[in-house]
Design a protein around this ligand. Structure first.
Ligand code: PLP
Ligand code: ZN
Length: 413
């Protein structure tokens, strides 16, 4: 990793050089001692430029390899992750009261969520460190993405999910050949059990936040946004928030781009949580440490009662001059329908929570109508069909009869 200078603890500043098994700061411990990767920005500038990217035919997240903590030469995991479409969506913009809105559809990734970006880096690191097995606890998407990435390179995967994980996600895990433990308890319970197992058997640890390389993978989503916008910086970037790694990663992209001088200003970050599980919003508003919260929302991917990366996420919000907002499950279901019918993009509940929060932020005057906004859709709706049906309702049910069809379609044609 000739592009990586080292890592530093975001709590005490102690620096480390990358080494197998190093995840958190030894001085601050696992909860507080979250590490952040530091780069040699001169190296990056020499290796890559906006002009150079124009002719780059690597249409995946690996096109930004010099910005990533992976070996700079040799093979990388083969699944095509990233380079997801950024859609300009004027009809959706109008419906929520904006002039310029873009939707980044990360549901098109190989296992259908943004988590593929983090798992691709995790598996690249696991291979570089000579691990034979990888493991994580997850609300679902981190797990399915890890299982898919592991399968693509022949690593074993051990996965811990809470019992409530939607069936679509569990099916993915099993199809990818992972050993799946459905833990009878919350995400926090699954996390704790995985942590003990990882220590016991020495597996590569892909747990969110604990592993500093995951945020770097997630960063690629906004490296792409910047490139897709021709290096013009939006006013706001909207992200749904569970552990806080996606938000932290999205923010780091803009910081990195600023450091290499490819952009001149920074966007504001809008983080969105579900009302039924909003420990990070609460800490943002009230100050002080994040307190454990209930996990009471249909948006399973952001139902994280004990977030593992609140500090990086809170810093991203504060440094960017952004804010956190909550949405109800009703608003999430509404956003799912709205996104689908006005753009043709189908998001899972956590995938559209950002849009629900954006609609609310516009209504409350936090985001102004003329501001340019990018909203991330972080996961595909087919992962959780049961909830989608709740949002969408039932089809017209008719016998094969033209007269009845005419009557049923009255007012719809
Ligand atoms: C994981 C996830 C998020 C939130 O990411 P965090 O890093 O946990 O904050 C949002 N949406 C989807 C679909 C996810 O899978
Ligand atoms: Zn420390």
């Amino acid at each position: 990793m000739s592009n990586v200078v080292g890592l530093h603890c975001i709590n005490c500043g102690k620096t480390y050089s990358p080494q197998p098994g190093l995840y958190t700061c030894s001085r601050c411990g696992e909860k507080e001692g979250i590490l952040d990767v530091d780069y040699d920005y001169d190296y990056i500038k020499k290796a890559l430029s906006p002009q150079g990217l124009q002719g780059n035919r690597e249409h995946s997240m690996w096109r930004y390899r010099p910005f990533l903590p992976v070996n700079q030469e040799g093979p990388l995991p083969p699944l095509r992750v990233g380079w997801s479409p950024l859609y300009y969506v004027p009809r959706l913009a109008q419906e929520i009261g904006l002039k310029h809105l873009y939707v980044k559809d990360d549901g098109v990734n190989p296992t259908a969520s943004l988590k593929d970006r983090a798992s691709a880096v995790a598996v690249a690191r696991a291979l570089a460190e000579g691990a034979a097995s990888v493991a994580c606890a997850s609300t679902g998407n981190a797990a399915s993405s890890l299982a898919g990435a592991a399968a693509s390179v022949g690593l074993k995967a051990f996965i811990f999910v809470p019992a409530r994980a939607p069936q679509g996600k569990v099916a993915q895990l099993l199809i990818f050949g992972a050993t799946v433990v459905s833990v009878q308890g919350s995400y926090e319970d699954a996390f704790r059990l995985s942590d003990q197992a990882i220590k016991r058997w020495g597996w590569y640890n892909r747990n969110a936040a604990i592993n500093p390389y995951l945020v770097e993978g997630k960063k690629t989503v906004c490296l792409e946004v910047a490139e897709q916008l021709g290096w013009e910086v939006p006013d706001w970037v909207v992200v749904s928030v569970g552990d806080g790694c996606t938000l932290a990663g999205a923010w780091k992209a803009w910081l990195d781009l600023h450091r290499v001088g490819w952009i001149e200003r920074l966007p504001r970050m809008l983080g969105v949580q579900a009302e039924g599980c909003c420990p990070i919003t609460r800490a943002f508003r009230e100050g002080g440490k994040v307190q454990p919260a209930e996990e009471n929302t249909i948006a399973d991917s952001i139902a994280v009662g004990v977030p593992r990366n609140p500090e990086k996420a809170l810093r991203a919000i504060r440094e960017s001059g952004g804010t956190m907002i909550n949405v109800s499950d009703e608003e999430i279901l509404k956003a799912m329908r709205l996104l689908g019918r006005s753009t043709g993009v189908f998001g899972e509940p956590a995938g559209v929570a950002g849009l629900a929060g954006l609609a609310r932020a516009v209504a409350e005057g936090i985001v102004r109508p003329e501001e340019k906004v990018v909203c991330l859709v972080t996961g595909n709706g087919l992962k959780d069909v049961a909830t989608a049906i709740k949002a969408a309702g039932a089809p017209l049910s008719l016998p094969p009869d033209m007269e009845q069809l005419e009557r049923a379609l009255q007012g719809l044609i």
